[in-house]
Design a protein around this ligand. Structure first.
Ligand code: NDP
Length: 434
C-alpha cells in the first residue's frame, strides 16, 4: 500500500487474489524464495502520456493516457482500453492485474495489460472522438505490436473507437498489422462473435454454475446491470436460453420490464442512438423506470449479472438479492462486487463467480481474432461461438476442480485465483529472475 499510494482499486484487487493464494504459497516454498508475489504485483512497464486534442470549438483539451503492460509470461500483453472520466493509474492497474489471471484461465497464449484515458466520450461529437483517438494512438502506437502488446475495447471504447485507432496506427506505421488491435470491424480483420463474446460467455459460465445444482437458465428471472456491450449480450444469451431478463440500468437509473427486455429496442437505443434508459421506457409500455433511491439489485431475481463497472454491488445490495432468493451472481464486469458483498453471498450459499473467470469470453475471443489475423482467415459465427462456449466451459471446469483440490468446493474465487496464478507463476519461474 505504501508503495502504491492512493490506488484503492488496485489494492482491493491484489488483496483479493493474495488471500486465495495462501495455501498455494504453503505448498510451494520456492515462490516465497523467488519473491513471486512481490514480482507479480509489480507491472513490467507502465506508460503515462499526454493526449492533446482540439474540440469542436477549436479549444485545446488535454487528457491523460495510460498503458500498463503488466505481465508477458504467457504471451503479448492483452487487455482493453477504457475511456471514462474515472480513469487513473489505480483503475488501470487493478484491471491489468486482474487481466493476468483471466488471460491465463483462457488457456490461450496472452499476457496481461490494460490501458485507457480519463477522456469522457459522452456528449462528444463523432469528430471529437476521432481526434481524441488519433491523438491517443499517436503516442501509444510505439508501444504496440502483434508480438508485444495488443489492446482491445472496454468501457467507452467500442467498434467506432477501435476503428479510429486502427486507422491511425496504420497511417503512422504504414503497416496493415491486423493483429495489433482486437474488436475490429468485420470488414477489416475483426472476428464474428467478438461483439457478443463477453456477455455470451458470462451466461455460458453462469449456466455451468446452475448445472452444478441440476438447474438451467430456462424459466429463470435475470437482471443485468449496465446496458453497454457486456450487458446487452448477456441479456441476449440469457433470453436465448429461456430466461426472462426483467431489468437493466445505466448511470442515469434502472429499468424494470416484467414482460422481458425487448432486445431490438435496447440495441436501437443504446448501440445506435447512444441514448439513456429513459429513452427505452418512453417506447416500451411494459417498462418502467426504477424508483429514485432504489437500484437494480432490488428487483427479485434468480440470477444477477453485474455488467457495468467496479464496486457497483455492495453489501446492502447483496443482502437484498439474498433476501429475494438469488441463486447465482456471475460478474460480466470487472470487480463489480465489493469484498464484503462477496463474502455475504458466499456465506448465504449463493453461487458467486468473479469476473476474471466469468467474463473471460471477451478476451478469449480477442485471442481467437488474433489467431484469425495471423492465419489471414475468418471463421463463421457458428464455429467461433462453439470455440467460445468450449473455452468458457473449460474455465468453469478448471475453477471447480482447482477449488476442490484446495478443499474449497464451489468457491469460484479460490478456483479462479489459484488456477490463473499457477500457470503464470510456473512460466515466470521457468524464465529465471524476471
Ligand atoms: P460499455 O461502455 O459498453 O458499457 C458500460 C455500461 O455500464 C453502460 O451502460 C454505462 O452507463 C454503465 N456504467 C459505467 N459506469 C457506471 C457507473 N459508475 N454507474 C452505473 N453504470 C455505469 O462497457 P462494457 O460493456 O464494455 O464494459 C462493462 C464492464 O465489463 C466493465 O467492467 C468492463 O471492464 C467489463 N468487461 C468488458 C469486456 C468487453 O469485452 N467489453 C471484457 C471483459 C470485461 P453510462 O452509459 O450511463 O455510463
Amino acid at each position: 500500500v505504501a508503495r502504491n499510494p492512493g490506488e484503492a482499486e488496485f489494492h482491493q484487487a491484489v488483496r483479493e487474489v493474495f488471500e486465495s493464494l495462501e495455501p498455494v504459497v504453503k505448498r510451494h516454498p520456492e515462490y516465497v524464495e523467488s519473491k513471486m508475489l512481490e514480482r507479480i504485483c509489480e507491472p513490467e512497464r507502465q506508460i503515462i502520456f499526454r493526449v492533446p486534442w482540439q474540440d469542436d470549438n477549436g479549444e485545446v483539451q488535454v487528457n491523460r493516457g495510460f498503458r500498463v503492460e503488466f505481465n508477458s509470461a504467457l504471451g503479448p500483453y492483452k487487455g482493453g482500453l477504457r475511456f471514462h472520466p474515472s480513469v487513473y493509474l489505480g483503475v488501470i492497474k487493478f484491471l491489468g492485474f486482474e487481466q493476468i489471471f483471466k488471460n491465463s484461465l483462457t488457456g490461450l497464449p496472452i499476457g496481461g495489460g490494460k490501458g485507457g484515458s480519463d477522456f469522457d466520450p459522452r456528449g462528444k461529437s463523432e469528430g471529437e472522438v476521432m481526434r481524441f483517438c488519433q491523438s491517443f494512438m499517436t503516442e501509444l502506437y510505439r508501444h504496440l505490436g502483434e508480438y508485444t502488446d495488443v489492446p482491445a475495447g472496454d468501457i467507452g471504447v467500442g467498434g467506432r473507437e477501435i476503428g479510429f485507432m486502427f486507422g491511425q496506427y496504420k497511417r503512422i506505421t504504414n503497416r496493415y498489422e491486423s493483429g495489433v488491435l482486437t474488436g475490429k470491424g468485420i470488414a477489416w480483420g475483426g472476428s464474428l462473435v467478438r461483439t457478443e463474446a463477453t456477455g455470451y460467455g458470462t451466461v455460458v459460465f453462469a449456466n455451468e454454475m446452475l448445472k452444478t445444482k441440476g438447474e438451467s437458465f430456462d424459466g429463470k428471472r435475470v437482471v443485468v446491470s449496465g446496458s453497454g456491450n457486456v450487458a446487452i449480450y448477456a441479456a441476449e444469451k440469457a433470453a436465448q436460453l429461456g430466461a426472462t431478463v426483467v431489468g437493466f440500468s445505466d448511470s442515469s437509473g434502472f429499468v424494470v420490464d416484467e414482460a422481458g427486455v425487448d432486445l431490438d429496442l435496447l440495441k436501437q437505443v443504446k448501440e445506435i442512438e447512444r441514448g439513456r434508459v429513459s429513452d427505452y421506457v418512453d417506447r416500451r409500455p411494459s417498462a418502467k423506470l426504477g424508483n429514485a433511491g432504489g437500484c437494480i439489485w432490488d428487483v427479485p431475481v434468480d440470477v444477477a449479472l453485474p455488467c457495468a463497472t467496479q464496486n457497483e454491488l455492495n453489501l446492502e445490495q447483496a443482502a437484498c438479492l439474498i433476501k429475494n432468493g438469488v441463486k447465482v451472481v456471475a460478474e460480466g464486469a470487472n470487480m463489480p462486487t465489493t469484498p464484503d458483498a462477496i463474502h455475504a453471498l458466499q456465506d448465504a450459499g449463493v453461487l458467486y463467480a468473479p469476473g476474471k473467470a466469468a467474463n473471460a469470453g471477451g478476451v478469449a475471443t480477442s485471442a481467437l481474432e488474433m489467431q484469425q489475423n495471423a492465419s489471414r482467415d475468418s471463421w463463421d459465427f457458428e464455429y467461433t461461438e462453439e470455440r467460445l462456449t468450449a473455452i468458457m466451459q473449460n474455465i468453469h471446469e478448471i475453477c471447480a476442480e482447482t477449488a476442490d483440490s484446495y478443499d474449497a468446493p464451489g468457491d469460484y474465487v479460490v478456483g479462479a485465483n489459484i488456477a490463473g496464478f499457477e500457470k503464470v507463476a510456473k512460466a515466470m519461474q521457468a524464465f529465471g529472475l524476471v
